[in-house]
Design a protein around this ligand. Structure first.
Ligand code: NAD
Ligand code: MG
Length: 396
């Protein structure tokens, strides 16, 4: 059997490291051909020494020079690349079968689109790329004949709970129900959210993740992005996408069928499960995750968004449905605003409870025209970021 040749974009991040952990368990099945990171040389160098990829891409030029120097000193058989378009050039290569898209934010959009157009097997962790790319992203997947496999645990769960004959399932399905843990502030008095510090916001009860997605989990903007992600991935209209709070994160999401049968996917909260599924689909391989011990499972509980003051505590969640009902491009505007607002919060330029106001103000000020190509999306993203920065300057 030929080994699957994998490029991992965002290799030094939480998803990247978990992907390498799964791959390491199956040296007979997977070969790492390329790794990428933004700025951190040491962890990427260590990964290069261990996995000996043909290419290492660093988007930061100074970091790339430093990595090249170290790779040469250690005589590693790795070519270091940087600069405009390096990621896009690597993902379309003939010796790359599979691309793990694990960059955080819209920064991963161009490489995702390139992989989609080149017909790769695309493992999508980078939800922001799909929220920005929307229908254009899905068209690139179709046009390129790519295989798009969701890595976000909820979307992997939905994918695993849907019938395999994808062409006809939409008339059999009533709705998709995404579960949400509610994050670290599920019981917090809404009025006290103004005092939240960055360290409190990134301390998630069930998952260890990068800082940006951790803040998004605390505001529940992560679930808003996931509702939008589900819309584009599975094609159901927004009113057939629901969210229920399930603090234990055992059920990763569910599909309710016409006959009211519900199919769910369960497991311990460990991202290696959806990563292993994406790598092996339609097969299954060992992931390294602990099995679920049903005899030790505490209660599984559920809360409606309309209970416990959740709508007031998490006002951003509703923006998913609002943005999906807006003109094409609105979800890109929301994503850009949120990326800027989260960065400003982590830099202590705005308070936690001001993130939502920045997102709202940006949506009000930026009216998108239908994006037709990547350049339109990038221009819209830049315009929305400028409006968000203006709103941040006023708020801060
Ligand atoms: P992270 O911050 O831990 O890692 C991000 C990676 O992207 C790093 O390797 C970094 O070097 C690289 N990167 C950052 N900015 C970049 C840029 N401008 N250009 C190129 N590379 C850049 O993030 P993460 O938690 O691993 O999340 C990655 C993606 O996966 C996000 O879109 C997130 O929403 C999604 N995701 C993560 C989890 C999780 O458990 N961590 C779960 C579901 C989905
Ligand atoms: Mg998720």
């Amino acid at each position: 059997m030929n080994r699957q040749r994998v490029a991992i974009l965002g290799a030094t991040g939480s998803i990247g490291v978990n992907t390498l952990d799964v791959i390491e368990r199956h040296p007979d099945r997977y070969e790492v051909v390329a790794l990428s990171a933004a700025t951190r040389v040491e962890p990427l160098l260590a990964q290069c020494a261990k996995f000996k990829p043909r290419f290492a891409v660093m988007t930061d030029a100074a970091a790339a020079r430093e990595l090249a120097r170290r790779v040469e000193a250690e005589r590693l058989p790795v070519t270091v690349l940087s600069g405009e378009g390096a990621l896009e050039k690597v993902v379309v290569r003939d010796d790359v079968d599979t691309v793990m898209a694990a960059i955080v934010g819209a920064a991963g959009l161009a490489s995702c689109l390139a992989a989609a157009r080149a017909g790769k097997r695309l493992l999508l962790a980078n939800k922001e790329a799909l929220v920005v790319g929307g229908d254009l992203f899905m068209e690139a997947v179709r046009a390129g004949g790519a295989t798009l496999l969701p890595i976000d645990s909820e979307h992997s769960a939905i994918f695993q709970s849907l019938p395999e004959d994808a062409a006809t399932w939409q008339d059999r399905v009533d709705k998709i129900i995404l579960t949400a843990s509610g994050g670290p502030f599920r019981r917090r008095e809404p009025a006290t959210l103004r005092d939240v510090t960055p360290d409190q916001a990134v301390a998630h009860p069930n998952w260890v993740m990068g800082r940006k997605i951790s803040v998004d989990s605390a505001t529940m903007m992560n679930k808003a992005l996931e509702v939008i992600e589900a819309r584009y991935l599975f094609g159901l209209p927004p009113e057939r996408l629901e969210v229920v709070i399930h603090p234990q994160s055992v059920i990763h999401s569910m599909v309710q069928y016409r006959d009211h049968s519900v199919v769910a996917q369960l497991g311990t909260p460990d991202m290696r499960v959806p990563i292993a599924y994406g790598l092996a689909w339609p097969g299954r391989i060992a992931s390294g995750a602990e099995p679920l011990d049903f005899t030790r499972l505490a209660d599984m509980t559920f809360e409606s968004l309309d209970s416990h003051g959740h709508r007031e505590r998490f006002p951003g969640l509703q923006l998913a449905w609002d943005a999906l009902r807006g003109p094409a491009g609105t979800t890109a505007v929301l994503n850009a605003a949120n990326e800027e607002a989260v960065a400003a919060f982590l830099d202590r330029r705005i308070r936690f409870d001001q993130i939502h106001g920045v997102n709202l103000a940006t949506l009000e000020r930026v009216s998108p025209s239908k994006p037709r190509e990547l350049a339109d999306l990038l221009a819209l993203d830049a315009r929305a970021r400028q409006a968000a920065r203006d709103a941040i300057a006023v708020a801060g």
